[in-house]
Design a protein around this ligand. Structure first.
Ligand code: ATP
Ligand code: MG
Length: 418
């Protein structure tokens, strides 16, 4: 039987990767403008990092992680999100000794979650994410958001809505959790089983439930923005003033609470109406307590994760065309063994001049070689026969115009570069 890829994973075949590369190039150039450098962390981390960092009441830790014991008996986990590993890196490499803030991004990080696969939801997906350490002001939150929006804009993605909220600090959240619990206690018999367990340990998470019944119950629940403290309120005001200053539109959405325990104050999602229910393409917020929680010193931080498969899905549904890879400058057909060796050398010389060239490695007839070349949409074709072996010339055909010219082989690179 043919072996298939694991459920919930995707292949990027070579003919499709240019779309990913286009997005990656844009990401790198935007991040550079904002002064973010790339960071890379391992795909595996100690399981404890996520239990402590992401929070053991979260869906991720409770039911979505790929956890295994390695041959040495250590419990390791395939990265289920990007932030915890980056925070570990920040602490372990003493990056807090550098001039702060520290700004970094990660690109194409594979993320593993044992979820029910569906369109826009996979067991392995890839994220572009950014993290900033040591910048407490909300203007930084706004700048992070503007990085994501600039990416979407540059790609040409439209009709996205930015939802923002503040979930306060642990102090105001404690007060809010009590009010929320008191309200939800009345609906104990109607909540879904998962929310029932959340009610005791983390009622805030119920606001994030995807079950319609729980959503209906939450509609009239007390709103966290009504109970955040003055400092958190001022921070949220500064966020809105910063977004206004950047001309970024947003909606304040009290139901954005995020599924991870580490968030404080700012939380946000960028949502597309073009990919159905898995609409969040980017999500993030502030996590001022996480560095300390993982053993570092008190360091405010903010960031986001952006799902690249979802971004590409939105782009596809909006009919966005990506710039196709550059066509071959020339395909050099050849007639026999000596001729093949000459075409091999000519192609190598052209590549040394930065040109894109191909020759026959199959042993096809001349006719079949030309047929192949036209399928590749090459700019020019050339032929090496016994005459060309002797006189050092080559006849090249411009495929778009149908015109031919005979030039010295040594001039070929200049001819093609024009
Ligand atoms: P959702 O509410 O859709 O489950 P999430 O809150 O779990 O998303 P985050 O943990 O914030 O998502 O991850 C950041 C981004 O990564 C999401 O906004 C989304 O674009 C993408 N993402 C998350 N889970 C998946 C998945 N299973 N498959 C593909 N992309 C995903
Ligand atoms: Mg999720």
């Amino acid at each position: 039987m043919e072996i298939q890829r694991p459920k919930g994973t995707l292949d990027v075949v070579p003919g499709e990767s240019y779309k990913w590369q286009h997005v990656e190039n844009i990401i790198r150039s935007i991040c550079d403008k904002y002064g973010f450098n790339e960071a890379r962390t391992p795909v595996i981390e100690h399981t404890e990092l996520f239990a402590r960092g992401v929070g053991d009441t979260t869906d991720i830790v409770q039911k979505e992680m790929y956890t295994f014991d390695d041959r040495g008996g250590r419990s390791l986990t395939l990265k289920p999100e990007g932030t915890a590993g980056v925070v570990r890196m920040f602490i372990e490499n003493r990056l807090f000794n550098d001039a702060q803030p520290t700004k970094m991004y990660y690109l194409n990080a594979p993320i593993f979650r044992y979820e029910r696969p569906q369109s826009g939801r996979y067991r392995e997906h890839h994220q572009f994410g950014i993290e900033v350490f040591g910048a407490p002001r909300a203007s930084q939150d706004a700048e992070c958001i503007s990085i994501a929006l600039e990416l979407f804009k540059t790609i040409g993605i439209k009709e996205l809505v930015l939802h923002i909220n503040s979930i306060g600090c642990p102090d105001c959240r404690k007060k809010y959790n009590e009010a929320l619990r008191a309200y939800l206690d009345e609906y104990k018999t109607e909540l879904c089983p998962t929310c029932l367990t959340r009610l005791e340990r983390n009622p805030l998470r119920i606001l994030d439930c995807k079950e319609q019944k729980c959503k209906d119950i939450c509609k009239d629940a007390p709103k966290i923005l009504d109970s955040i403290c003055d400092d958190c309120k001022a921070h949220f005001d500064e966020l809105q003033a910063s977004l206004d200053s950047l001309g970024i539109e947003y909606v304040v959405d009290p139901f954005i609470v995020r599924g991870l325990d580490y968030y404080t104050r700012t939380v946000f999602e960028i949502i597309s109406t073009h990919i159905g229910s898995q609409g969040a393409v980017c999500a993030g917020g502030r996590y001022d307590r996480l560095v300390a929680q993982l053993g570092g010193s008190d360091t405010p931080a903010v960031g986001f994760g952006l799902g690249l498969e979802r971004l590409l899905l939105v782009a596809k549904n909006q009919g966005i065309e990506f710039p196709a890879p550059k066509a071959y400058d020339i395909y050099i057909a050849s007639l026999g063994e000596k001729e093949r060796l000459l075409s091999l050398r000519l192609a190598a010389e052209l590549r040394a001049h930065g040109l894109k060239a191909d020759i026959d490695h199959v042993g096809r007839s001349i006719k079949a070689q030309f047929k192949y070349a036209s399928k590749l949409n090459v700019r020019f074709t050339g032929v090496i026969g016994d005459k060309e072996l002797e006189n050092g010339m080559i006849t090249v055909k411009n495929m778009a115009l149908g015109t031919e010219e005979t030039i010295p082989q040594s001039e070929l690179h200049k001819y093609l570069a024009n």
